[in-house]
Design a protein around this ligand. Structure first.
Ligand SMILES: [Fe+2]
Length: 442
């Protein structure tokens, strides 16, 4: 298995673990802060309960004297609680049912707090509910809460508002608690990832082995089928190798890529696979075929389509197998398709096929020189061949022909396998797979 996969897996597990840990840590921190808020609000609710019974039943009609007395009482309460219990109520206020302030007490050291908290956004929750809000003033946290006040017989009297200073220690405690939880989660997630890593790596090894087997089988089928037909009408695979190489170079020049290129390679290698079904008397006849024999010979296209259509992995070879004898003027076979209706891959392949036939030795002819072969292609441009493709091929042909016509079958096979590696290895993983499958030439 490639080293890069291990790195990739480790990185994914690490990054995934850190993201999960951060999210979980934040949730823990938020829950802790919520818990602190709830505790403080509960304290406010208890405060309101202790005050309520001491309040007159009608807060709206308190006299000025009663108000002053009441405020003094609350002021004392704040100071006493601060001394006796270390409480941090810095503001306490009571509102009547008209939302008017009845009394107010502010801790001696908290005058600025009252000013800083915006009183205009008061909410007066219905009985049984509590409203609260958080403020950060001068680097300190404050919790402002409004709690309905009810008399002992259940009458709604008004509201108690308290502003509680959350001691730095408590805020720090929450932050530390959250940090501790985050660290714990990080350690737990990373430990889990460390346990999963070998398991995932082993599973992936098996997957790679399966993929390798499958690709081997598929490539083996391609070679076996291509060779089978080559063995019937000649002793070598050289024509198959060369036409594939010519076709791929032309396709590269016109921008064919990816799946299309793989389809071209399969189609080029199997273009005449249907000849397996042609009787020897026709296929191997040394002389010219009569019209009946030619009609039989033409059926190799349909037989070829039949063969590649039976195997999903070869199905995309159909463009070349089915269209390699079509001509752009519509005079080809089997369908008589014309112009751009002929698949691009078939138009590319037709040029490669004819060029190699012209420049190869056959029992009935010597190889044509390059110039003659190119001039025959040029004569066929716009009739047999796609004129634009002929032009592109004419520019590539001299160098390609010089190389390929001088190579023996083994070297051509090596070149073709290099092509397969380039175009079927679309990931590093598959490249490794293919490298193990392709024997290096001696
Ligand atoms: Fe053919």
């Amino acid at each position: 298995m490639p080293v890069s996969f291990h790195r990739h897996l480790a990185r994914r597990l690490l990054v995934g673990g850190l993201v999960i840990a951060t999210v979980l840590g934040s949730i823990v921190l938020w829950l802790d802060a919520e818990r602190l808020d709830k505790n403080i609000v509960a304290m406010g609710v208890a405060e309101a309960r202790t005050q309520a019974p001491q309040l007159p039943p009608d807060l709206v009609s308190l006299t000025a004297g009663q108000r002053a007395e009441f405020e003094e009482k609350m002021q004392r309460l704040i100071a006493e609680r601060a001394n006796a219990r270390g409480d941090h109520f810095v503001v306490a206020e009571v509102y009547d049912l008209k939302h008017d302030k009845v009394g107010e007490a502010v801790a001696s050291d908290a005058d600025d707090i009252e000013g800083a908290i915006d009183r205009s956004v008061h909410h007066f929750p219905p009985p049984g509910k509590t409203w609260y809000d958080k403020h950060l003033i001068g680097g300190q946290f404050y919790l402002q809460m409004v709690i309905p006040l009810s008399s002992s017989d259940g009458h709604h009297l008004g509201w108690f508002e308290g502003v509680y200073h959350i001691p730095r220690q408590a805020a720090l405690q929450v932050a530390l608690g959250g940090l501790r939880a985050t660290i714990l989660v990080v350690v737990a997630v990373l430990a889990t990832a460390a346990l999963l890593y070998p398991l995932l790596a082993a599973l992936n090894s098996r997957l790679v082995a399966r993929s390798r087997d499958l690709l081997r089988a598929n490539l083996g089928t391609l070679e076996a089928l291509g060779s089978a037909i080559a063995k019937r009408d000649s002793d070598t695979n050289a024509h198959n190798y060369r036409v594939t190489l010519y076709a791929v170079r032309l396709a590269e020049a016109v921008g064919v890529k990816g799946d299309q290129m793989r389809a071209l390679i399969k189609g080029a290698f199997l273009h005449d696979v249907g000849k397996i079904a042609i009787p020897d008397a026709v296929l191997l006849k040394p002389g010219k075929l009569d019209p009946d024999e030619f009609a039989i010979m033409r059926t190799h296209v349909a037989h070829g389509l039949d063969i590649v259509g039976q195997f999903d992995w070869l199905a995309d070879a159909a463009a070349v197998v089915g269209g390699h004898h079509e001509k752009v003027d519509g005079s080809g076979y089997p369908a008589g398709t014309a112009g751009d209706d002929i698949p691009l891959l078939a138009r590319i392949f037709a040029i490669a096929d004819v060029f190699d036939a012209l420049t190869s030795r056959r029992p009935y002819k010597d190889p044509f020189p390059l110039e003659r072969a190119l001039s025959i292609l040029d004569e066929g441009a716009g009739k047999h061949f796609d004129a634009g493709l002929v032009k592109v091929f004419a520019a590539l042909a001299p160098a390609l022909h010089a190389t390929l016509s001088a190579e023996d079958e083994k070297t051509l096979q090596r070149d073709l396998r290099h092509l397969v590696e380039t175009y079927f290895a679309n990931s590093e993983l598959t490249a490794a797979v293919i490298r193990t499958r392709l024997p290096q030439p001696a």
